[in-house]
Design a protein around this ligand. Sequence first.
Ligand SMILES: [Zn+2]
Length: 322
Amino acid sequence: MTTHHTVGIDIGGTSIRAAVVDERGEILDTVRAQTPATAPALEKCLDRLVFDLASRWSVSAVGLAIAGFLTPDCSRVRFSPHLPWREAAVAADMTARIGLPVACEHDANAAAIAERRFGAAAGGRNVVVLAIGTGIGAGLLLDGEIYRGSHGVAPELGHLRVVPSGRLCACGKNGCFERYCSGTALVDNVVELVADGKYPFSQIAREIADDPGSLTGRRVAAGAHDGDPVGLAAFADFAQWLGLGLAMIGDIFDPDLIVLAGGVGASSGLFLDEAREHYGALLTGSGHRRLARIRGTQLGEAAGMIGAAAIARSRVVQVSAS
Ligand SMILES: [Zn+2]
């Protein structure tokens, strides 16, 4: 039997992570790089990462998980807020350069596919995967299939407006869900709470008094894990908004499973029980319907790479079987 080790690459706005992945979703080798700012430099960097891995492993295809708008057939990247590609035939161009089949997918869709095949979404039929990091990426599986909408850009769940005239979002609107429920939102929560002057014994509050720009969502999570009161308060606020957003999403899609992935999703122990409670309280008719199960990620931040590698594998197997 032919084995199909493939390369999965998760291309983020600040870093690129690439892995050799086997048929069971196991990562065998990884390399990473900073994300270059121009398209030619980014493409050269991707080629170099693949050649590096291919020098140690026999690989048959490459999958790219990309944060951006793709065409419905995933052949072109139309736009990405954090990457230099515009209307770019990324997969075909890379195939021409490296001589291996290349497949592209939206990064949250890639994570959703990985969690369903190998992780927390196994067995789910109608599944919502929220990748909560700097913002919120969303992947939707309806009857087990990725739902892309009519024009390839669904679902933008992070930009549901939850607060009219609320915090300004990078998308240009105000009050988007991700402005209250993301790593960035955790930082904003802490800054607002500390400004109220209620947390004199918080280590995090002391740190931002020394260097206001230094705080990150990861630091808030680490502080909350250690019992820092302002970190815990920031997560309590986060859990309320998460429950509210999930109830809106639940009212639209009636999923059987919701998976919380991404960097913040990996800290689900800090907010999952509370978010579940808010979700149950805010969902329409919640005493008279079955509630979706809500789980933390099983694959963590590797889900995008594993999903991209699985997509590349399934397309190569399809091609060689036809
Ligand atoms: Zn927005």
